[in-house]
Design a protein around this ligand. Structure first.
Ligand SMILES: NC(=O)c1ccc[n+]([C@@H]2O[C@H](COP(=O)([O-])OP(=O)(O)OC[C@H]3O[C@@H](n4cnc5c(N)ncnc54)[C@H](O)[C@@H]3O)[C@@H](O)[C@H]2O)c1
Ligand SMILES: O=C(O)[C@H](O)CO
Length: 386
């Protein structure tokens, strides 16, 4: 018999059983669920990544909805179990949902929620931080200081790259890619080249207006270019940041061949998903090109790194923390809970997942709607008129 899973229960007499596979920041998400007659069960197991078997045990015989995490494998097995338990709602506490087999969810009529918008600026800020850390060799220099190696200023000590006037390349100029681009352009007066399947019109307008502002003030205007192919970005940019979704088209988008096209002293940042880069090829490239630098928040086989990566001084590496600000993580928990609650209650789907601020205002009750359900159309769910 499977070992029982430890849980913490809120509002035991609640009519609807909602399970969260992890404890999540803040209490607003719990309060919103319990106020609407939900019994909330939070998994308190110590292990970081729950297996499918663990989650099956959590779902049990009766479960209305589950809030899950990007580390979990949500496919046929879990969605069929959720359906058998009477469940109709699942939400990732993440905007990315490459860990979810949406067609399996569709097959069992389960709504799949995600948490867009609330993490856009936070994630872009971390990508900007990685860009700066890599450009100015901050981690290497920090380690040098702590090792007691600093014995006086030297003209060649930790010389890095100046960003001003250089070109920032963004691959995937959606919410986060565009926010990152704005930070780098406005903050460091970089020129932009981007590649996306769609035109980033608002971003283009912003760069045009900012360029005009700089010109009017006697400064060199910034420029933008939408690349026809990703190769143009790889060839022209000094700093390249990856922000696409992970799917078949973006798996190993950066590989041995694409790395070879990039400038020898370029900086590559990834705060999207690990498999967008062929990490083994990246390790070889870092070894062969000591002036090439990377800033990585995500890894191909998380939580592991490919052999050799940890030894590379030209890599700045952090453990998937791009959305880790208190406000953002509490907001992600709120959006995930409201996705599940809304589906259970039969609320409509919020009309614009890019405008979710109204759900995050702690001073007023959230709208009676699901903030973001990615398979709403497939399930024929009604959209809110608000
Ligand atoms: N590291 C983290 O903690 C963290 C935090 C938030 C999001 N993310 C990742 O970032 C991703 C993007 O989030 P978002 O909110 O900006 O999503 P988004 O949907 O607004 O942006 C994704 C963009 O990628 C583009 N795209 C898709 N396929 C492409 C391709 N083949 N080539 C180029 N562009 C392509 C899309 O057109 C879109 O503009 C998420 O899916 C998630 O995986 C990571
Ligand atoms: O997709 C996401 O939301 C991140 O990876 C975690 O914030």
């Amino acid at each position: 018999m499977a070992k029982p899973i430890s849980i913490e229960v809120w509002n035991p007499s609640g009519k609807y059983r909602v399970v969260s596979t992890k404890s999540m920041p803040g209490t607003r998400w719990i309060n919103l669920l319990t106020a609407q007659d939900c019994r909330v069960e939070i998994c308190t197991e110590k292990k970081t990544i729950l297996s499918v078997e663990d989650i099956l045990a959590l779902i049990g015989d009766r479960c209305d909805g589950v809030i899950g995490q990007l580390t979990e494998d949500w496919g046929e097995v879990l969605f069929s179990a959720l359906k058998r338990a009477g469940g109709t709602a699942f939400s990732n506490m993440a905007v990315g949902y490459n860990n979810v087999d949406v067609s399996a969810a569709n097959k069992y009529g389960v709504a799949v929620g995600n948490t867009p918008g609330v993490l856009t600026e936070t994630t872009a800020e971390l990508a900007a931080a990685l860009s700066l850390a890599a450009a100015r060799r901050i981690v290497e220099a920090d380690q040098f200081m702590r090792a007691g190696l600093y014995d006086g200023w030297l003209p060649h000590l930790f010389v890095g790259n100046l960003l001003k006037g250089q070109t920032v390349g963004v691959i995937g100029a959606g919410r986060i890619g565009s926010a990152y681009a704005r930070m780098m352009i406005e903050g460091f007066k970089m020129n932009l080249i981007y590649y996306d399947l769609y035109q980033a019109t608002r971003l283009e307008k912003f760069v045009t207006a900012y360029g005009q502002f700089l010109k009017a003030n006697g400064e060199q205007p910034v420029t933008w270019k939408r690349a026809a192919t990703m190769v143009d970005v790889l060839r022209e940019a000094d700093v390249i940041s990856l922000h696409p979704i992970l799917d078949k088209t973006t798996y190993h988008l950066i590989n041995k061949d694409s790395l070879a096209i990039m400038k020898k002293e370029a900086i590559l940042v990834n705060a999207s998903r690990g498999p967008v880069i062929d990490e083994a090829a990246l390790v070889e490239h870092l070894k062969a090109n000591p002036m090439f630098r990377v800033g990585l928040d995500v890894f191909e086989d998380e939580p592991f790194m490919k052999p050799g990566l940890a030894e590379q001084k030209n890599a700045v590496i952090v453990p998937h923390i791009a959305s880790a600000s208190k406000w953002t993580r509490e907001g992600m928990a709120t959006l995930a809970a409201l996705n599940v609650l809304g589906k259970i209650k039969g609320y409509p789907i919020w009309s614009d997942p890019n405008r979710v601020d109204v759900f995050l205002d702690e001073k007023s009750p959230p709208p009676s709607a699901c903030p973001s359900i990615v398979n709403a159309k497939h399930l024929g769910l009604t959209t809110s008129k608000l």
